[in-house]
Design a protein around this ligand. Structure first.
Ligand code: 1DF
Ligand code: MN
Length: 342
């Protein structure tokens, strides 16, 4: 027995219905997005055993997943609809699929309440409906926050038309998990040319950019208690805090951009105080210790990124970190319990 429970916080699933809608979209070409084609075209058009295996695990919320969790000592998964979620569809279809996906997930959570929790899928395409679905998810379904897979058809949440989503999240006191997506159409070409649009790097560039857009937009001044969770140890941002603060300060002083105005706090303050990071896909001691050292022990949470990075040996990396038992319990368990109100 360990002195902590392992709670994994960025764990993907997909209802078969949504994969069917991705296939339709890939075929009819009505959403001609290079990132969507690259990512979903790969996972849904590839008959190799590894990919068939990922799809089988992704669509399972029962015995297969529970056995994998048991085999790797994961006590609980916080489930979220896989990227790109419903954000590739027309608003009406996206709203309907967000609801049905949440209901699909909640059926499993109700069956295994001590193994699964979940985040609500929402469709930012209709911000008011997205806020409503988040509220339904939290109040009626017992969900623990929202999942947003970065850009929505090329649009970013710093646009104030999306802020009803943040208003709802703050009022409900639940976090928004800003999960990666492939880079948006406006910037993906040089990534794709060298195979860098996916989880290897493009995801982090896209999502890190999205987080910085949010911070510079002043969203955390407008919603000071808003909590954001980002994966992959903060998508590179913890390494950049000093330079972002320095340059932001200079840009404001020079009044260089109308869109860059003074904020109530330094950009890094929002990263430290409004944002939590998870270790998804980053089972590597140096950057985990670094993130803990610059953000604090209370801000870093464990995640596996099942089923995409289901590498059982990686759990030992986290188990063997040179930190004390109390801090290990924070990383694996208590931070997640606090942030997601488990
Ligand atoms: C991959 C990685 C795919 C992550 C994901 O969702 C994902 C991958 C489509 O390796 O292709 O969530 N990830 O978070 O690292
Ligand atoms: Mn992921």
């Amino acid at each position: 027995m360990t002195a902590y429970q392992r709670i994994a916080t960025e764990e993907a699933f997909a209802p078969p219905e949504i994969l069917d809608h991705y296939r339709t979209l890939l075929q009819d070409g009505s959403y001609d997005d290079p990132g969507f084609r690259s990512l979903c075209g790969f996972y849904l058009g590839n008959p190799s055993p590894r990919i068939t295996d990922v799809i089988a695990r992704m669509t399972d919320l029962g015995d297969l997943r529970l056995k994998d969790m048991d085999d790797t000592g994961i006590a609980r998964q916080i489930l979220s609809l896989t990227s790109p979620g419903v954000q590739v569809f027309d608003a009406p279809l996206a709203m309907a699929l967000a609801r049905s996906s949440n209901d699909f997930m909640v059926a499993a959570i109700r069956k295994y309440p001590d193994r699964f929790s979940g985040l609500a899928a929402i469709a930012p395409q209709d911000p008011a409906a997205a806020a409503q679905e988040l509220e339904r998810g939290v109040r009626s379904l017992g969900l623990k926050g929202a999942i947003v897979n970065s850009h929505t058809r090329g649009e970013y949440l710093d646009d104030q038309k999306f802020w009803p989503i943040f208003e709802a999240a703050e009022a409900l006191d639940v976090p928004v998990y800003l999960h990666p997506n492939t880079p948006s159409r406006a910037m993906i070409a040089p990534f794709i040319e060298r195979g860098l649009d996916g989880a290897i790097f493009g995801f982090a560039v896209e999502t890190g950019l999205h987080v910085l857009r949010l911070i510079l937009s002043g969203v955390f001044d407008r919603f000071p208690r808003l909590k954001l969770v980002i994966g992959h140890l903060g998508e590179g941002l913890p390494y950049w805090l000093f330079r972002i603060d320095f340059m932001h300060n200079r840009m404001v002083a020079a009044n260089r951009y109308a869109s860059v105005q003074k904020l109530q706090r330094k950009p890094s303050d929002y990263i430290r105080e409004n944002i939590y990071v998870t270790t998804s896909g980053m089972a590597w001691e140096p950057p985990i210790l670094y993130a803990q050292s610059v953000l604090g022990m209370d801000r870093v949470l464990y995640a596996m990124d099942y089923p995409y990075q289901f590498v059982p040996e990686e759990v030992a990396v986290t188990d063997n970190l040179p930190i004390n038992d109390n801090d290990k319990k924070k990383l694996y368990q208590s931070n997640a319990e606090k942030v997601f109100n488990l």
